[in-house]
Design a protein around this ligand. Structure first.
Ligand SMILES: *Cc1c(COP(=O)(O)O)cnc(C)c1O
Length: 374
């Protein structure tokens, strides 16, 4: 077994989903985003665990990710949250995936692909109410929804929109989110008035779930919250979630050095006194960012020690001090243990000026994921 591994705590994941369920009430469906290999946790296992824990739908970013889930026998509805190329529609239809539609040209291409295969493809209409990323303008939604709903080759599975600032309690952001919700629910009403069943209406990501449970509509889409983190530093925290991923390694080399010895590339750090230096077989290629050089701490036997010198591609060094009680092959927590003093992916993200999403997503494929309960 490689010293460096990610332990995925499925019990914590199940408790996070149970807390989301308790917060939104019993009727909204839960769509579990498993894009980007389930934010680095492993899409297949998290999809299975998420469906068992009460999610009814899954979401991926591209056809490949959806096909991989179908190949492991998952038959739940799988939405594709990013827009696909028309030449992918055939594969999407064959795999029974549910793409978004946001413009007439691609909707017609999807319809042709469905017709050619003799299959009815479920599509979800994406409306841009303020994210500025993908989605039709609200005034174009009616003709698209009508086309999807009335086509013999398509079915309108749902209508969705996305919040850019639901994780903020800033009054301007709150007003913005309320205006988006109003525009979205106006549109849903309009569709119903014209005899179009919009299918599953959904707008809430993790930020929406936390701050606006009253906006859950038919389905919510909490990603990062399910994996145990909040969507931003300003997010409302009505309940606690637990980090699902624990990133671990082991001490593979120890040496006692006198004062004045240089450590790692660029000689950016020198031993200030006699000390013991541990080498860990983890580096930026594993997803332990180089930006942590000289900034992060790790936990060994319940104590925090600083990472010193530059993080290399596959290794890094830790200063244990002259009296460290650390032995060769001791376990090292890089982030995500529940012990007090352990860093989490939010701490790592803060040092790197990013968000926990990017930290867990970037844990490299070569790092084995081990699944179990805490
Ligand atoms: C990724 C994604 C989500 C989940 O976002 P979180 O912030 O992780 O909850 C929800 N909806 C869409 C459209 C997404 O792309």
């Amino acid at each position: 077994m490689r010293a460096t591994r990610a332990s995925i705590h499925l019990d914590r994941f199940e408790r996070n989903i149970a807390k989301i369920r308790a917060h939104i009430g019993s009727s909204p469906r839960i769509l579990l985003p498993v894009k980007a290999d389930a934010y680095g946790h492993g899409a297949e296992r998290m999809a299975i665990a998420g469906l068992a824990a009460g999610a009814s739908h899954l979401a991926v970013a591209c056809a490949d990710e959806g096909e991989a889930l179908r190949a492991c026998g998952i038959d739940a509805p799988i939405l594709i949250l990013s827009l696909a190329m028309p030449e992918e529609f055939r594969r999407i239809a064959e795999a029974g995936l549910e793409p978004l539609c946001a413009d007439m040209k691609s909707l017609l291409a999807l319809e042709s692909a469905a017709q050619a295969l003799g299959k009815r493809v479920v599509t979800h209409l994406k409306v841009d109410t303020g994210m500025g990323r993908i989605g039709c303008a609200p005034q174009d939604a009616l003709s698209l929804a009508e086309r999807a709903a009335r086509s013999p080759h398509l079915a309108l599975g749902g209508v969705c929109t996305h919040f850019p600032a639901a994780d903020s309690e800033d009054p301007a952001d709150v007003a913005y989110t309320f205006a988006q919700f109003q525009a979205f629910t106006d549109l849903l009403e309009d569709l119903r008035r014209r005899g179009i069943d919009p299918g599953l209406a959904s707008c809430s990501n993790s930020g929406g779930v936390l701050q606006y449970p009253q906006m859950s509509l038919d389905m919510v889409r909490p990603g990062i919250l399910s994996y145990g983190y909040y969507p931003g530093p300003l997010a409302k925290k009505p309940f606690e979630v637990e980090p699902v991923m624990e990133f671990l390694t082991k001490v593979v080399f120890l040496k006692r050095l006198p004062a004045g010895r240089d450590i790692s590339y660029g000689r950016t750090w020198k031993t200030p006194r006699e000390t013991v230096i541990a080498t860990l077989p983890v580096g930026y290629a594993d997803g332990y960012p180089r930006a942590l050089s000289g900034g992060a701490a790790v936990l060994i036997r319940g104590k925090r020690y600083p990472v010193v010198g530059r993080v290399c591609m596959d290794q890094c060094m830790v200063d244990l001090g002259p009296e460290a009680e650390v032995e060769l092959y001791d376990d090292v927590v890089l982030f995500g243990a529940r012990e007090s003093g352990a860093p989490d992916a939010q701490d790592i993200a803060d040092i790197c000026k990013t968000i926990p999403y990017e930290i867990t997503c970037n844990i490299n494929k070569r790092v084995p994921r081990l699944y179990g309960a805490s």
